[in-house]
Design a protein around this ligand. Sequence first.
Ligand SMILES: [Mn+2]
Length: 433
Amino acid sequence: MREGRDHYVSMLSFVHTADLHLGKVFHEHSLIEDQRYMLDGLREVLEDASHKALLIAGDVYDRSIPSPDAVRLFSSFLGSLKARRQDLEILILSGNHDSSSRLGFGKELFAELGIHLVTDPEDATTPIIIPGSAGEQGAFFLLPFLNPGTLKAELSAPMPQEPVEQKASSIEVKAGEAVPLRSQGKLAQEAAARLEAARLKMCKAGIDLTVLGAHLFALGSLEAGSERVFWGTAEQVDINWFSGFDYVALGHLHRFQKAGARAWYSGSPLAHAFEEASHSKVFLSVSLEPGKEPRINPLPVQPLRKLSILTGSFTSFFQETGFSSGSPYAQAAQDYLEIVLTDSSLVENPLALLRERFPWILSVKQEAALAHQMVLVHGQSPAVWEGAALRRTLIDAGDFKDFLMDIYGEADADKLALFQELLQAIEVEEQQA
Ligand SMILES: [Mn+2]
């Protein structure tokens, strides 16, 4: 990483990452060792002292009540990072997967150590000031995920762009009265107005650079496949509201991408879905110079194990040793693997059978066989079964009962009950998401 250093001399440089999802369980397999390996890599990147700060733009943990392993891992990461780089400022905001109060534990004390946790949107307008290498001053604002109701606004006039929703509301709102905001669009608009006022105040006070870290869904950006996101454009945020900032460090979408003129998603440093197997996973090294465009340097993340998808017949994999160096599958045998079977008949318990050959196999898909089954039973073409949305509206307990009858000749009551339970859980989760 040495060769890039000279370019950074008169700049404010920092590392932007997000969506660590510590404690994530992937197809029933804990990713904690993968995450430890990834954080070791991040610590190495930060040994380059030209990076003045680390900004984590939300979703530190995978769950609002993180596993003990995940908390221990993050604690030891912060400790060992600070032991090597006392001067490094660490900036953390909470994402939709984090519990803001749990992640915010001890924030008043940690701030003294240069570890800044912002978990309340009300605190977003108080920046953290970080000097660059030539004495220039950067003001970092951190906007945590905007849970419904976390900001209030006076609705004296209908909010621009969303007049219809106001009319439909059954609650009488008096002019000048502050009401809690619910949709992502309105919450972000209110936050943007407050942040812009605070940003201008900093600029007037002589600050050279302003940076915003935020966890939100920027309108027009692409999902990666492993996010838990809102549906509908009312829940997306116009990133132009934040265009005053010299750089916007985004989290929430797991795909590394540009989201606005000076706004980027770093993406998650590890893939969390097989759909992401081909995505590049990076940490972003960002360098800012007053009056210039931000310089983005994506640093590839070396994962402990890659994700691979292989397609073929069951026999072709079952007869494969997977380990011999001449085999086309030699590398895949070391990867987290999803195998897509092309057979037209279902294989029972294929995961256990194939695990002997491929020790890190996590998923087997048999959609060809399922589609074939549907044609035999209902005379429907496989195309009907493409797309998750269609499937969601088509499948119910009756279909599952028919399916069990077709496959096993009987519909096991326990399996049916479990299916009902899972279906309800999915519906509840989707309503709360
Ligand atoms: Mn996330």
